[in-house]
Write a protein that binds this ligand. Structure first.
Ligand SMILES: Nc1ncnc2c1ncn2[C@@H]1O[C@H](COP(=O)(O)OP(=O)(O)OP(=O)(O)O)[C@@H](O)[C@H]1O
Ligand SMILES: [Mg+2]
Length: 168
């Protein structure tokens, strides 16, 4: 297992980080995202999806467990999964998703990923300043840019010869 860590200063930079990760991904790859509410997981997926060239707006898939975004550029589709309310990996299997021809990104999927993949990337998002007493920024907390720390971990053979990106 290899691991890199760094800080992403703004929401825009988080989308750019997603776009950069997209450049490393191919059909069959799985990425798992872990981190508290508002940590930037969906923001990351939005950047990843637009760099892959997939159709549809990437949003928190609140009312569905998974949404498939087909490619408009002949590349892999993006399967965006919200595993938050998923009871077991079995339910993920039941959805009959085409993991082989898609890039799959699973929010809250860390405990299920081993059931659907042998190799994956895990990204852990943290909000170092969350909860800090800061009355000036609390009013529009969700919209103001706030640094996130991210840790990117590569698990399995797929990633054994792949250099992970440097995160500033
Ligand atoms: N450095 C940053 N990186 C990412 N998002 C940021 C950053 N600074 C501010 N934000 C804002 O924080 C919010 C992150 O929300 P997002 O939906 O991406 O989180 P999430 O982890 O998917 O949350 P949830 O678990 O509720 O789905 C967005 O409003 C985004 O604009
Ligand atoms: Mg989300």
């Amino acid at each position: 297992m290899t691991e890199v860590t760094g800080t992403i200063p703004t929401a825009e930079a988080m989308e750019a980080f997603g776009a950069r990760l997209a450049g490393m991904l191919r059909a069959g790859d799985v990425v798992v995202l872990t981190g508290p509410l508002g940590a930037g997981k969906t923001t990351f997926v939005r950047g990843l999806g637009s760099a892959l060239g997939v159709r549809g707006t990437v949003a928190s898939p609140t009312f569905v467990i998974a949404r498939t975004h087909p490619s408009v550029v002949g590349g892999p589709a993006l399967i965006h999964v919200d595993a938050y309310r998923l009871g077991s990996a079995l339910e993920l299997d039941d959805l009959d998703l085409d993991f082989e021809t898609s890039v799959t990104v699973i929010e809250w999927g860390a405990e299920f990923v081993a059931a659907i993949a042998d190799s994956w990337l895990e990204i852990v998002f943290e909000r170092p300043r969350a909860g800090a007493a800061d009355s000036a920024s609390s009013a529009d907390e969700d919209d103001s840019d706030d640094p996130r720390s991210v840790t990117l971990r590569a698990v399995g053979d797929r990633w054994s010869d792949v250099a992970l990106p440097v995160i500033e």
